[in-house]
Design a protein around this ligand. Structure first.
Ligand code: NOJ
Ligand code: CA
Length: 696
């Protein structure tokens, strides 16, 4: 793995132990000269920053302050003791898997070292890149104590003007909410909060979750998020008179010294630029050493199918036994609808092997599903090593291996976190012994102990514990009901994917028939800015008849295929049932071909909530995939094929395309050159996918 990192001092504003002039300013400019951040003290000695792009103020006066358990501040009365920078940060690094192989990062960086009114030293570090600005706070070691309690972080991000915004409420437990599209000053998290739609939800302030996306009338796009979230609550962004201010999901007890996560402001001329930004990865630490000593070679991107959609359709069930009046399982009295049987798992393994899928997820394989949710005392319900008696966990692992397929484990915790913590080591050790190198985890329900929240510090620490424990056992993770992605996959390559939004499952059972028709085109430029998502695309039986008559997949078949290129995930599911795919061989044909790991990514065009077209070159190959998704209004997209030149093939290309036709999906083949322009008609909820390869 190649890592290059160097820092080069351009000009220090000044430095020294003494208190500097309170008018000292730190000014940082992006390498391309378009973005400038200024950090200074105001007349009340409060630290603040502003951001300009092309000379226009994008972030106005925005103070950075904290509230502690035992003292106010740091707020007023700050003194600057050191101003370091600007310096240049340059890094080139290779991702073991990802939207692109190589990342180049250049930034101007600097920091203000301050003393608060109690003489506590703290500092704020800024990083200004071509794609935006980020800052974080550092609390120094103190002689008198080794930890402090942060009650609130008050880092303002006061976007100027009143841009259009795409957001979900800043829920302390869930991101599985419908996106809203309003002006910034119309944000009303309480009005948008459908508190009955999901099983665990807590909204306390008029705040929004990150990533949140904004667009100015002149086309400037802004995304607000955070990077490198460890040992600290996540931020939501609270609406204020002046703009937005961070609002932590509960207090944080932090050991000293401590650096907060980065608060990131991504800026781009178009929606696609937001998705192409690598800022969050750049701000995370380089990869740690693989604790198994194998240089993370066991972490493998893969396509998978699973015993999963059939439960969401209610065709089969996670549980095995009938239950008594108290809801307890009557062991021995099987109800006959169990999905995870040995026989059914073999059927999925055979299907996967026949059609080139690498993995098979099996949910409902372990005991506990008779009474797993909807009541308080959920500790001790799930057991992560004991299979139901009709599921031969060992025999199936061997069978899968013999077919060149891997079983993906499933650990639904029902948010009984202590029960899961106690079994982590045993469960991952069993997985590794069975050759299962990936697990999907889940946290449905209110967190036990009550008072903790999915997005608070305690759970951030738990999720990280699962990542690090899994790494020691050579296991990769796909976390559902997760903490949001803040780029830590750069440091921990076994954190392959997560959910963290309303995924496909809401189309099966979500109220109001499923996700809105513009949902996917909104996710493309909101949730997907955070990182990989296990959305579980690939629904092929769109009516859901006869199981879910009130619901329907709100896309065409082309709209499902487009997701494989537009929504990035190194673990990419084909969610539907084998028997449904077998009825649609043209659709299945694309799933057999599509790659899951990429050399580079180019967002060709798109608008938040309207459409997205993306091109990606497969890792280690010369096929270039292109895919598009559309929201409600039918549209024509025209995409020049110049991106094909990035592959270094001069001649002509064969282009295979899967598009919506009157009778379903249609596959076509044509010969093209990089100088051609592809013109495609996208239906309402439609889309397309395909790939080009050098003509023989
Ligand atoms: C919610 C997850 O998102 C879903 O994929 C899973 O099937 C259920 N929990 C049960 O674990
Ligand atoms: Ca979920």
């Amino acid at each position: 793995m190649k890592h290059l990192l160097w820092w080069c001092l351009l000009a220090a504003c000044t430095s020294g132990p003494a208190v500097l002039d309170s008018r000292t300013e730190l000014q940082l400019t992006s390498p391309d000269g378009r973005i400038t951040a200024t950090v200074a003290l105001d007349d009340s000695s409060i630290l603040y920053y502003t951001v300009k792009r092309d000379g226009n103020e994008v972030v106005g006066y925005s103070p950075i302050a904290f509230e502690f358990e035992d003292a106010m501040g740091p707020e007023r009365g700050q003194r600057i003791v050191e101003c370091v920078g600007p310096e240049l940060r340059v890094q080139d690094y290779e991702l073991p898997w990802g939207e692109q192989r190589w990342v180049h990062d250049e930034a101007q960086v600097g920091r203000m070292e301050l003393l608060d009114v109690w003489d506590h030293r703290w500092s704020v570090e800024f990083s200004v890149m071509d794609d935006g600005v980020a800052f974080r706070t550092h609390f120094h070691q103190r002689e008198e104590r080794d930890s402090i309690t942060v009650l609130e972080e008050l880092s303002a991000i006061n976007l100027t003007g009143n841009p259009e915004a795409w957001w979900i409420p800043g829920d302390w437990d869930s991101y599985e909410l419908v996106y809203q599209n309003t002006r910034l000053d119309e944000i009303d998290a309480f009005a948008a909060w459908d508190s009955t739609a999901i099983i665990s939800t807590t909204v306390k302030e008029n705040a929004i979750a990150t990533p949140a996306t904004f667009r100015y009338d002149d086309g400037l796009h802004v995304a607000l998020h955070e990077a490198a979230l460890y040992d600290y609550p996540e931020i939501t962004l609270k609406r204020t008179e002046r703009g937005l201010v961070t609002d932590l999901v509960g207090a944080a007890r932090i050991g000293l010294p401590f650096s907060t996560p980065w608060r990131t402001i991504t800026l781009s001329d178009d929606a696609g630029g937001l998705l192409e930004s690598t800022m969050a990865l750049d701000l995370n630490a380089p990869q740690v050493e693989d604790p198994t000593g194998q240089d993370w070679k066991w972490v493998r991107p893969m396509k998978y199918v699973g015993i999963w959609w059939e439960m969401h359709l209610d065709k089969s069930s996670w549980s095995l036994w009938n239950t008594d009046e108290q809801g307890a399982p009557i062991v021995g009295d099987a109800h006959g609808r169990h999905g995870a049987t040995t026989e059914n798992a073999r059927r999925y393994i055979d299907f996967a092997a026949a059609h080139g899928f690498d993995g098979v997820l099996v949910e409902g394989w372990n005991t506990g599903w008779e009474r797993w949710i909807g009541f308080d005392d959920r500790e001790g319900v799930f057991d992560f090593v004991t299979p139901y008696p009709d599921y031969d966990v060992r025999g199936l692992a061997l069978y899968a291996e013999s077919q060149g397929v891997q079983l993906i484990a499933h650990h639904e915790t029902s948010a009984a976190v202590t029960t899961y913590d106690a079994q982590l080591d045993t469960a991952y050790a069993q997985m590794a012994a069975l050759g299962q190198r990936a697990v999907k985890t889940g946290y449905v329900g209110p967190i036990i102990p009550r008072g903790e929240h999915h997005h608070g510090q305690w759970m951030v620490q738990h999720y990280q514990r699962t990542v690090e424990t899994a790494a020691r056992h050579g296991v990769a993770l796909n976390i559902h009901e997760p903490i949001k992605d803040t780029g830590i996959r750069r440091t921990w390559p076994n954190l392959l994917s997560r959910e963290g939004a309303r995924g496909q499952e809401f189309n099966a059972w979500g109220r109001n028939g499923g996700n809105p028709i513009d949902h996917n085109a909104t996710l493309a430029f909101t949730r997907m800015l955070a990182g990989p998502m296990d959305f579980t695309p690939g629904a092929v039986h769109l009516s859901l008849d006869p199981w879910r008559p009130a619901n329907r997949i709100p896309t065409t078949l082309g709209g499902q295929l487009g997701l494989y290129v537009v929504f990035y995930s190194p673990l990419q599911m084909a969610c539907d049932l084998p028997e449904h795919y077998e009825r649609e061989p043209v659709f299945l044909d694309f799933l057999e071909h599509v790659a899951v790991d990429w050399e580079w990514t180019d967002v060709l065009s798109g608008e938040v909530g309207e459409f997205a077209v993306v091109a990606r070159q497969e890792r280690g190959g010369d096929r270039v995939f292109i895919g598009g998704i559309n929201a409600e209004a039918p549209r024509t997209v025209e995409e020049p094929l110049g991106f094909l030149d990035r592959v270094g093939h001069d001649g002509r290309w064969e282009l295979l395309l899967w598009e919506d036709g009157a009778e379903g999906i249609v596959k076509t083949k044509r010969t093209v050159a990089a100088t051609d322009t592809l013109v495609l008609e996208l239906a309402s909820g439609g889309g397309f996918a395909g790939f080009a390869y050098p003509a023989p």
